[in-house]
Write a protein that binds this ligand. Structure first.
Ligand code: FES
Length: 198
């Protein structure tokens, strides 16, 4: 993950559309769509958010808003996926067994994800709610070890997380980053906030 990619992830708030607002092709459907499309208030209250991930390059991260929270979508490289397997001994809860932030069953694996390539987590530190930032492998950042494989650092009290959002041992943050309910509508479209079809 490059610094540029990290910056892009922090800065870029992707335009979002509500999942229930998708417009069908038939003109007759329009009045119904406008009738039932969720209002801004409904969206703020937690309507699912549809996200196009087709332009997310390997190693890059994007941020979308769901329920007023930043949700990160990271596209991991094959090297980053492989590295996750060697970190268990350094992590506080490598298998996501703690229950403060219950993880969906489909994300209870090493990468904490449906597809190994894509991580979907809420970018809020589980200690006191600060916003961690990305720290790339080889960045030379003095707040992480020299052999840092890439991950996230919370600037408030120094908690560190790997590229699956798993917190390292002996850090103030008590839990891994939260995985929101989500599902794939297609290979390139994610739905955040819902994990089963109505
Ligand atoms: S809020 Fe993140 S370490 Fe304290």
């Amino acid at each position: 993950m490059s610094d540029a990619a990290v910056d892009q992830g922090r800065r870029t708030w992707i335009a979002i559309t509500c999942g229930a607002g998708a417009v069908g092709g038939a003109a007759v459907a329009v009045p119904f769509v406008s009738t039932f499309a969720p209002s801004e208030r409904a969206r703020a209250a937690g309507a699912p958010v549809e996200v196009d991930i087709s332009k997310l390059a390997p190693g890059d991260r994007m941020t979308v808003e769901w329920r007023g929270k930043p949700v990160w979508i990271l596209r991991r490289t094959p090297e980053q996926i492989e590295q996750l397997k060697s970190l268990d001994g350094q992590l506080a809860d490598p298998n996501s067994e703690r229950t403060a932030y219950p993880i969906p069953e489909y994300a209870k694996n090493t990468g904490r994800s449906i597809k190994p390539e894509f991580l979907v987590v809420i970018g809020i530190c589980t200690h006191l709610g600060c916003s961690p930032g990305g720290v790339a492998k080889g960045s030379g950042n003095a707040s992480v070890p020299a052999d840092w494989p890439g991950g996230f650092l919370c600037p408030c009290h120094g908690s560190t997380f790997d590229l699956a959002g798993r917190v390292y041992k002996n850090k103030p943050a008590p839990d891994n980053l939260e995985v929101p309910p989500h599902m794939y509508l297609s290979d390139t479209v994610l739905l955040i906030g819902e994990d089963k079809k109505a």
